[in-house]
Design a protein around this ligand. Structure first.
Ligand SMILES: NC(=O)c1ccc[n+]([C@@H]2O[C@H](COP(=O)([O-])OP(=O)(O)OC[C@H]3O[C@@H](n4cnc5c(N)ncnc54)[C@H](OP(=O)(O)O)[C@@H]3O)[C@@H](O)[C@H]2O)c1
Length: 341
């Protein structure tokens, strides 16, 4: 099978090297290395399921992890991981809830950048909607009529947050850079979109709030960090919830505890995949609600680019250069790679 290995840390945008078979002796290879004949993994427990992966997504976290800048640092070499979809290919003798051929989607600790993967049957949830749903619904308890401000709103988790905000009945304000992203967000019915490239973000949000006779922001969804976060704190209401989701800007923002005290703010640090260890039931409930919303057409997964495994360095460049709108997806059947990078 084809599998993408990371034999050493470094810049994954440079190029993908390839070898016909072996995962050994990769010390001198590029940070991303395509093995064309890696062995298909065996079922390793009676409750294991093997999935033939059709598509797996590429997240900002993958980029950071291969650079060596992510909080989880797996031992080298590793096969990167993300959420994926595919079909059950084989099942262990004690598996009763899946059969061969079932369509599945899941999230993997490691190893989804490969044609096959083996998982133990347990709850696992795709990243972007899962993260934003747990943040907005479970942690911030977003309700109808509240004002939600989403930074990085056209990115993977941001776009999910925007859609979840609309489903919850919130008034959604989105910040994204460039005409294409702004137009796309407007087409989703976002109440106010600020182009971070051209406008003074806080002034534009203030003008919108004034025009709608609203006092301020109730929930700040922040996967960006840095100065933008610090500026937008001035827009928050008494009792606001701040969701610290990530630092795509590369800068961890300062949220002054004295102002949080006076304003009765709640600052939530949220690391979605750690719920798998500490509160898996929260993820299972969250997935159920997300799937029901997808089935009812309330939310959709938008993919701006797709590519095959051998072009994954270009996908990492698109993430680095802030070109993705929603998700970038790796597909294992080249005929399905719809948008060339
Ligand atoms: N807490 C969790 O459990 C969790 C889960 C998933 C992801 N995350 C984190 O959330 C962040 C975003 O992830 P994602 O997958 O949504 O990434 P993404 O698709 O690349 O989106 C990131 C967005 O951030 C904005 N941005 C602003 N300044 C940037 C900069 N200097 N460099 C790059 N982007 C910048 C970009 O929007 P504009 O170009 O429009 O400004 C971009 O659309 C990452 O830090 C990731 O690790 C956290």
């Amino acid at each position: 099978m084809e599998a993408l290995f990371c034999p050493k840390l470094g810049d994954p945008t440079v190029s993908v090297s390839s070898s016909p078979s072996s995962a050994t002796g990769l010390e001198n290879a590029n940070p991303i290395f395509l093995l064309k004949n890696h062995p298909i993994p065996e079922l390793d427990s009676p409750t294991a399921v093997r999935v033939r992966i059709k598509a797996t997504s590429l997240n900002y976290a993958n980029y950071l992890q291969i650079l060596g800048k992510y909080q989880e640092k797996p031992p080298l070499p590793f096969i990167p991981r993300s959420d994926y979809s595919g079909f059950v290919d084989a099942i262990g003798p004690k598996v009763s809830n899946f059969k061969v051929g079932d369509a599945v989607c899941s999230f993997h600790g490691l190893g989804s950048f490969a044609e096959f993967t083996v998982v133990v049957t347990a709850g696992a949830i795709p990243v972007t909607f899962g993260t934003s749903h747990v943040a907005l619904v479970h942690r911030a308890r977003l309700t109808s009529g509240q004002v939600l401000l989403v930074l990085g709103a056209a990115g993977g988790v941001g776009l999910a947050a925007v859609q979840i905000g609309k489903v919850c009945g919130a008034i959604v304000i989105a910040v994204a850079r460039g005409t294409e992203k702004v137009q796309f967000l407007k087409s989703l019915g976002v109440d106010h979109v600020v182009d971070g490239d051209h406008k003074n973000v806080t002034q534009s949000v203030k003008d919108f709030l004034k025009g709608r006779k609203l006092k301020g922001i109730d929930v700040l969804y922040d996967p960006v960090g840095g100065k933008l976060t610090e500026d937008t704190l001035r827009l928050l209401n008494w009792g606001a919830n701040i969701l610290v989701m990530g630092f795509a800007s590369g800068e961890v923002p300062v949220i002054p505890a004295n102002i949080a005290l006076v304003m009765n703010w709640t600052v939530h640090g949220l690391y979605w995949s750690s719920y798998k260890i500490h509160q898996p039931a929260v993820l299972e409930d969250s997935l159920r609600e997300i799937l029901s919303w997808i089935a009812r057409g309330l939310i959709t997964v938008h993919m701006s680019h797709s590519c095959c495994l051998s072009e994954v360095n270009l996908a990492f460049s698109a993430i680095r250069d802030r070109k993705a709108i929603g998700k970038i997806v790796i597909v294992f059947d080249e005929r399905n790679a719809r948008s060339k990078l």
